[in-house]
Design a protein. Structure first.
Lengths: 313, 264
């Protein structure tokens, strides 16, 4: 019966061969890097979060590992919106059927609007508003996703001018995340992506007596964040009607199934590209298929979702 | 998980006015061609190829270039440095008759490679080329090894003026080799690729250099067109079938922001 199991699905009207999404910040810097990820089983690509001007990011070390995951403080390195969209366009020439999310980052609504106008003229399929990078607080202050008003304002202003569906990326580092998710939906977001990295956190080199990361702190990701991602997606799923890209700590097929059950429409795989290597996408795809075979599901939609909180089905 | 190690510098060897080898007493599990990420927790973190690794000790050979290395030049034996790795792909160590071609400051990893190949009983010819005599590195070390050693400079410091590619061309005409291993500046390696195109059946492996940020395959900075493979994971050593497909090789690379910079 294996032949009829399909993990292909649809997201906001676009077909994808796998529910796996490469989240912003991982690998999505160059057209060939995007192609490499797709060749290895990923369904949808998100670009690096692009800014109006190029950014070289923080100096190293930008990665600090520990047993449960890692911290990173890449610092939003990207070649700027023009060159970044060119990489997306170059990728789409090769793989026009693969949906691409152009992620953008700014610190004020007008800049998000300007970024969205650029994205309108690109080959990207969706625009993602990164309101939640925790690694540039020294430079820009608290992530915008912490403020319900900012989330509403930026989402609605971009929605008003965007030719593409708008995905709002939220931070887990807030109280009342489900309320923020609802606000994003009511402001016009077509989908949500959650969660961005946690924290930030800090690790110390005890021989040098210094923080390991050059930026002192960095966003927490990897296996250890999965329970928080599942809870966050589930709470948002219970409140909103728009689809959610669930991302955070997914490293296996069963992790991906958990994420789908929490209410996610698609599943992000980021940090696991390190521990699992580039083969991780195929491995997770196969793990999802194996689960579907076990319960005789033919399509992703048949994988059951948890009953919504407050009994809403 | 790759553990970070913060340990004292065991020894610093002055190779030339602008080149030093930093040794660490540490049983690094590494193969020739691999690299470590080194930091002083002050001026960033940089990738360095391993130039020597045996008997519980390893070394990286570093050219003084910018802020990071200026700071490094202030360090003395006993001062702490921190590294993670080793990372990346390595030379295959195949072949009985091996031709090693080095260029400038990229030659030191071929010393680690030579020692490992000799351990396997390989017969080695090594060509070391540079602009001037001062830029020609590791000469006395290579001369101490049981291998056929040839050196040449653009300036003609040893009689003849030319590049290691010139010598390679002659050696390939006159001799049979099982494999060619190359580590040099990008444009020199490009010339080697063109030369080796005339020898279709001959295996070769090149050691590449690109801007690296995370070194663990997630930031995407060091992917190379059109394959999209990451030089920190699938590289930095690439074999012939991959090298032949590269379109950015010798043309451009991407900097820390991901902006394309073209080779002049």
């Amino acid at each position: 019966m294996k032949g009829i199991i399909s993990i292909s699905t649809e997201f906001l009207g676009k077909k994808t061969k796998s529910p796996l999404v490469l989240p912003a910040g991982i690998m999505g810097m160059t057209w060939s890097g995007m192609k490499f990820v797709v060749e290895n089983g990923c369904g949808i690509i998100t670009s690096k979060s692009l800014t109006l001007e190029l950014r070289t990011g923080h100096p190293g070390p930008v990665i600090a590992e520990f047993e449960g995951g890692m911290l990173n403080c890449m610092g939003l390195c990207n070649p700027g919106i023009i060159d970044g969209l060119q990489e997306i366009n170059d990728f789409k020439v090769l793989m026009p059927e693969v949906p691409v999310i152009a992620s953008v980052f700014a610190t004020k609504a007008e800049d998000f609007e300007e970024l969205a106008r650029h994205v309108n003229d690109s080959e990207a399929d969706f625009i993602e508003l990164n309101l939640s990078c925790p690694n540039v607080m020294d430079e820009f202050g608290m992530p915008l996703a912490g403020s319900i008003d900012m989330v509403k304002d930026i989402t609605s202003r971009v929605k008003a001018i965007s030719k593409l569906p708008v995905i709002t990326k939220l931070s887990p580092n807030v109280t009342g995340l489900d309320g923020i998710a609802l606000a994003a939906q009511n402001a016009g977001a077509d989908a949500l992506c959650m969660i961005n990295t946690l924290g930030p956190g800090m690790l110390i080199d005890i021989d040098m007596v210094k923080p390991v990361l050059s930026n002192r702190t960095g966003g927490l990701s990897g296996a250890c964040v999965k329970p928080i991602a599942l809870r966050a997606v589930y709470e948002a799923y219970s409140r909103v009607k728009i689809p959610i890209i669930g991302t955070g700590g997914v490293e296996s097929g069963s992790d991906a199934v958990e994420m789908l059950m929490s209410g996610a429409a698609l599943v992000g795989v980021g940090s696991a590209v390190y521990q699992g290597g580039i083969g991780i996408f195929e491995k997770i795809n196969q793990g999802i298929r194996d689960y579907m075979a076990k319960y005789k599901y033919n399509s992703i939609d048949q994988i059951p979702r948890l009953e919504k909180l407050d009994g809403e089905a | 998980m790759v553990k970070r190690n913060t340990i004292p510098i065991a020894e610093i060897v002055e190779e030339s006015a602008t080149l030093r080898t930093f040794y660490f007493q540490h049983d690094l599990k590494a193969s020739p061609g691999q690299f470590i990420m080194l930091t002083d927790f002050e001026q960033g973190e940089k990738p360095f190829s391993i130039s020597e690794c045996e008997a519980g000790r390893f070394g990286v050979t570093i050219k003084k270039l910018g802020k990071f290395t200026s700071n490094l030049w202030e360090k003395k034996a006993g001062n702490l440095l921190s590294f993670r790795g080793a990372y990346g792909s390595s030379f295959s160590l195949q072949g009985k008759r091996c031709l090693l071609i080095g260029g400038g400051y990229a030659t030191p990893p071929l010393y680690f490679l030579s020692k490992e190949l000799m351990r396997k009983g390989a017969n080695i010819t090594l060509v070391n080329g540079a602009r001037t005599k001062e830029d020609l590195v590791f000469c006395s070390r290579f001369e101490e090894l049981e291998l056929m050693y040839k050196k040449i400079t653009d300036a003609g410091c040893f009689g003849r003026a030319g590049t290691s590619v010139d010598i390679a061309r002659e050696l390939l005409t006159e001799n049979e080799y099982d494999i060619v291993y190359v580590s040099g500046p990008e444009l020199m390696m490009k010339a080697m690729r063109d030369l080796l195109a005339e020898y279709p059946g001959l295996e070769y492996e090149f050691l590449f250099e690109r801007y690296m940020k995370c070194a663990i395959g997630i930031c995407g900075n060091c992917t190379i067109d059109p394959l999209g493979i990451r030089l920190c994971v699938e590289g930095p050593v690439l074999a012939r079938d991959q090298v032949e497909q590269l379109t950015e090789f010798g043309e451009y690379h991407r900097n820390a922001a991901g902006t394309k910079e073209y080779f002049k």
